[in-house]
Design a protein around this ligand. Structure first.
Ligand code: FAD
Length: 399
């Protein structure tokens, strides 16, 4: 196929990264999104953790930890290869501490064994590459260790704590930066306010049924890449592709940001292993928080029908109230914003169940269906990694 037209549906981190990876190879693409600008969906409304695999301690065969590690260790260098210099140090949080909760689904010994597995996986990857691998512009040195810090967040308690080298990057700064790169790239034509309703095969390509500013129209493309996250399985179906993975669930979880006068005492914390929460102090003085029983308000095998924005403030109040009981340093914090985001994943029982498939993200990534590509991002962490993979595969098909 000579110079095929390529259309990417969905300008979250997944679609935007694929457009950048294709551009780097010299291919132009059209990038469509129902929202007015790139990176306003889940890729903005999240915690920004670039997972090294610690959260996936319940994945028995370790495949999710390996995918997360590969995603995390390629994240920085891929973004840099597409965008040039990136101010990782301005966006990064401090290192996460993993706090073992009293009713954790795994004991600290079991967690330690899973974390040891990550160390071994990292050592294997480094020996494969024959060099130290970079994580957001820095090399990793100790990865994790048991901590003696029992005064986390100003509270004295005797919970077991693991220190890690894992960090988050501020999703607001990162999204803003990448959206600007998309606008500047001459190989990428971005169109916002365009909803793709359905698609069908036509000749050797596809015809997309779209809605732009309330008016229906059609768009033809030789290659289509579906990166619509919450709408991916429905759109695939319109071209006759059966949902993969089967048995997905949709959750709504909120990105809650607060400010507190006790900011300097805040630590980046992930509570494990089960339906708990996270705290991430950002460099600008704002703090991300989540408390799963309150911050996750929707769990269904069907995508949500509305955006759940109307209950966002109440969810933030309840989450802050609940998490302040554990970390009183957060009491009195002021709610700045609360944005609902959708999480799509394989698994029909919730994270409080030890055998839930939600503890795994190992059936993710791009799948090809004769010119139609469907990309299950899995996590923010893995989006650039899968983008590079998708662009390389498309290039090999075109040549
Ligand atoms: C609260 C929360 C916290 C999270 N924390 C983390 C974390 O710390 N680390 C991590 O790795 N992951 C995290 N995630 C998951 C992560 O946000 C997602 O995996 C990732 O952002 C998905 O990227 P995406 O590009 O596939 O989706 P999105 O960013 O949602 O992009 C999809 C785009 O498709 C567009 N679209 C949808 N349907 C259509 C259509 N029919 N026509 C046109 N456009 C359409 C949408 O407008 C959207 O812009 C979190 C998610 C949430 C909600």
């Amino acid at each position: 196929m000579n110079n095929p037209s390529i259309t990417i549906i969905g300008a979250g981190l997944q679609g935007a990264s694929i457009a950048l990876a294709l551009s780097k190879r010299g291919y132009s693409s059209i990038l469509l999104d129902k929202r007015p600008a790139p990176l306003l969906g889940a890729s903005l409304r999240n915690e920004g953790k670039i997972h090294l695999g610690f959260v996936y301690a319940l994945d028995g065969d370790g495949s999710t930890r390996k995918i997360m590690l590969e995603g995390a260790l390629s994240f920085g260098s891929l973004i840099e290869s597409w965008c040039g210099d990136v101010p990782w140090d301005e966006w990064r949080s401090e290192n996460f501490k993993y706090v073992v909760m009293p009713d954790s689904l795994l004991s600290s010994q079991q967690l330690e064994s899973s974390y040891t597995d990550i160390s071994e996986c990292l050592a294997k990857l480094e020996s494969q590459f024959g060099r130290k691998l970079y994580y957001l512009g820095r090399s990793l040195s100790w990865l994790w260790r048991r901590s003696k810090d029992d005064r986390l967040m100003g509270e004295t308690f005797s919970r077991e704590v693991f220190e890690t080298e894992e960090v988050s990057i501020d999703p607001r700064r990162f999204s803003e930066f990448l959206a600007q790169k998309i606008r500047e790239d001459r190989n990428i034509s971005f169109y916002g306010g365009v909803s793709v309703v359905a698609a069908k095969r036509k000749g050797n390509g596809f015809e997309l049924e779209i809605f732009e500013n309330g008016s229906p129209s059609k768009l033809s493309s030789d290659i289509v890449i579906n990166c619509t996250w919450e709408d991916r399985l429905r759109l695939d179906k319109t071209v006759g592709i059966e949902p993969y993975p089967t048995q997905s669930s949709y959750r709504i979880k909120y990105q809650i940001l607060v400010s507190s006068k006790d900011y300097s005492k805040m630590r980046a914390v992930t509570m494990v292993q089960g339906p708990y929460g996270d705290i991430v102090p950002w460099r600008d003085g704002t703090v991300y928080l989540s408390w799963y029983p309150k911050s996750c308000t929707y769990f269904s095998s069907r995508p949500p029908e509305d955006d759940h924005q109307s209950q966002a403030y109440k969810v933030a109040e309840e989450s802050l109230d609940a998490i302040s009981k554990l970390y009183p340093t957060l009491s009195g914090a002021k709610i700045l914003s609360s944005l609902p985001g959708i999480i799509v994943a394989r698994g029909q029982s919730d994270v409080d169940q030890i055998d839930s498939d939600l503890h795994m993200r190992n059936k993710i990534g791009p799948r090809a269906y004769n010119g139609w590509w469907s990309v299950d991002t899995g996590k923010l962490t893995t989006a650039p990694y899968f983008a590079e993979k998708t662009a390389a595969l498309i290039e090999s098909e075109i040549r």
